[in-house]
Write a protein of this length. Structure first.
Ligand code: EPU
Length: 460
């Protein structure tokens, strides 16, 4: 039996961990119970946080519905408030943004709210538009260098921005305002595409963005900007045209559901021989995932209000997949799925082509009994379908392997969720520390584990 009796208790405990960020909070899980039951997902972390930034562009208030109660939302809310945006919650899961008193902020206040989120970089366009300058704090552990945000800064420079770097972060101005430009992304980066959208909607003239990302969350952001008065057309072959306008209004919008969260719970159902109905999941944004889920041996039923994911019995099957930009198999789906693949007889191969180093989490899975070999240079004799990057890595998973409980520490959001799945699948007890990170992107995951019958004790 789990030791969290009610949703409210779990939420309070979770929030306490989430608020202080990386507090050493722990969950102890006894594996072996198939996860069974019904849970719901709300708006996507990777849309809601950007929609919140977009509200800053509106001259009138905006309302966002289905906002997930996750700590990344709290980070962005805090940052908006620093700039004088009044944020209120008129109803559960609903946020209202009043932008009538947007003002400059002291750098110390900005820095205090930034934490480890990458979202502050997306404030550039709206802040340049509203205040004529943007101060962007350190996005992570290291000081900002060109490398991880070079596409963002190059795009802003092409639109007329001047970027100054200092030990405090970066300071961006646009003395003559932003203007439209022809921008080609070296890679269809989600963040850089959002940067261009949020900056070009109020720039003078037209921006043509080529090699743009076209993830469903980006389409939802474009829908929001269109509601606000923007003129954006999505053309064939990853081309997006943005005609700058003089004024944008607020919006009312229900955020697109979180397909990464859905895929994570689906993988949990498969690995634990469970049966989970995920209310709010929609088929169209999950088609690529559903194909792979079926090939691995999972079953699903698409209903009007969600999707049921279950293990239909029999053996799972090994697969070879490669992560890619939309409409490919998302990089955020591989970590939870790999746990299920440890239970499939045979050899599965996962090529990671989006991030340079996203298999670190497999070490702990090996400690739990998995057989996963990571090839840092990829597998030369397994050519990828899409040769897009200079780098690739491959994880070779040999299954089935019995997993046994271990003490592990959450390294990152998706890796962290995969440890939950591994512990739920394993024989014996596992203690997972640093689980506060999981609340960055998984709303009330402790409540949901309780609802699904997991056997755990949560120490918030
Ligand atoms: N890249 C650069 N320079 C840039 C920007 C990106 O080299 O200026 C590289 C990155 O290093 C990476 C690749 O381009 O190798 C793709 O990065 P992208 O910009 O597409 O990712 P992102 O916008 O930083 C978002 C999500 C990620 C998700 C990726 C891919 C948010 C807040 N994050 O990141 O989500 O994996 O797109 O779909 O939207 C997560 O939710 O756990 C997560 C990491």
């Amino acid at each position: 039996m789990n030791s969290i009796a009610t949703d409210a208790q779990a939420r309070d405990a979770l929030k306490a961990g989430a608020r202080v960020g990386l507090k050493s909070d722990k969950i102890t899980i006894t594996g072996g119970n198939p996860l069974k039951g019904r849970i719901s997902v709300r708006g996507a972390k990777n849309l809601a946080t950007k929609a919140m930034v977009a509200a800053l562009l509106g001259e009138t208030p905006s309302i966002l519905r289905d906002v997930p109660d996750i700590s990344d939302v709290q980070v962005v809310r805090g940052l908006l408030e620093v700039y004088g945006v009044k944020v209120s919650s008129p109803a559960p899961g609903e946020l209202r943004f009043d932008t009538s008193n947007v003002e400059k902020a002291h750098f110390a206040e900005i820095d205090a709210h930034a934490g480890s989120s990458r979202i502050p970089i997306l404030f550039c366009g709206p802040l340049l538009n509203r205040l004529g300058e943007a101060r962007i704090p350190d996005l992570g552990g290291c000081r900002i260098g060109d490398r991880p945000i070079d596409f963002h800064l190059d795009a802003l420079r092409a639109m007329g921005a001047i970027v100054d770097k200092s030990y405090e972060g970066i300071y961006i101005t646009a003395p003559d305002g932003l203007h439209g430009a022809n921008i080609h992304l070296p890679y269809p980066s989600v963040g850089a595409t959002e940067q261009v959208l949020l900056s070009a909607v109020r720039a003078k003239g037209t921006t043509e963005l080529t090699n743009a990302a076209i993830e469903p969350e980006i389409m939802d952001l474009i829908a929001i900007l269109q509601k606000m008065g923007a003129i954006i057309s999505v053309e064939p072959n990853r081309v997006i045209l943005i005609e700058g306008v003089d004024r944008l209004e607020g919006y009312k919008h229900r955020a697109l559901f979180d397909r990464n969260e859905v895929a994570s719970w689906a993988a949990a159902a498969l690995a634990t021989h469970g049966d989970i109905f995920v209310e709010g999941a929609q088929q169209s944004e999950l088609m690529t995932f559903l194909n792979v889920f079926r090939k691995v041996g999972g079953a699903f039923d698409v209903e009007e209000d969600g999707i049921r994911f279950y293990h239909p019995g029999g053996e799972l099957k090994p697969v070879t997949i490669e992560t890619d930009v939309h409409p490919g198999f998302m990089t955020d789906w591989q970590q939870p799925l790999i746990v299920a693949l440890t239970q499939a007889p045979g050899i599965s191969i996962v090529h990671e082509t989006v991030y340079e180093d996203r298999f670190g989490f497999t070490e702990a899975l090996n400690e739990m009994g998995a057989n996963i070999v990571v090839h840092k240079q990829g597998l030369p004799d397994h050519p990828r379908r899409v040769a897009r990057r200079d780098f690739e890595q491959a994880a070779v998973i040999t299954g089935p392997t019995k997993l046994t409980g271990a003490d592990v520490r959450v390294p990152d959001l998706r890796g962290g969720f995969s440890y939950l799945i591994a512990a739920l699948t394993a024989e014996g007890q596992s203690t997972i520390s640093n689980v506060g990170i999981i609340s960055r992107g998984y709303e009330h995951f402790v409540d949901k584990l309780a609802v699904l019958g997991a056997d755990f004790v949560f120490e918030g």
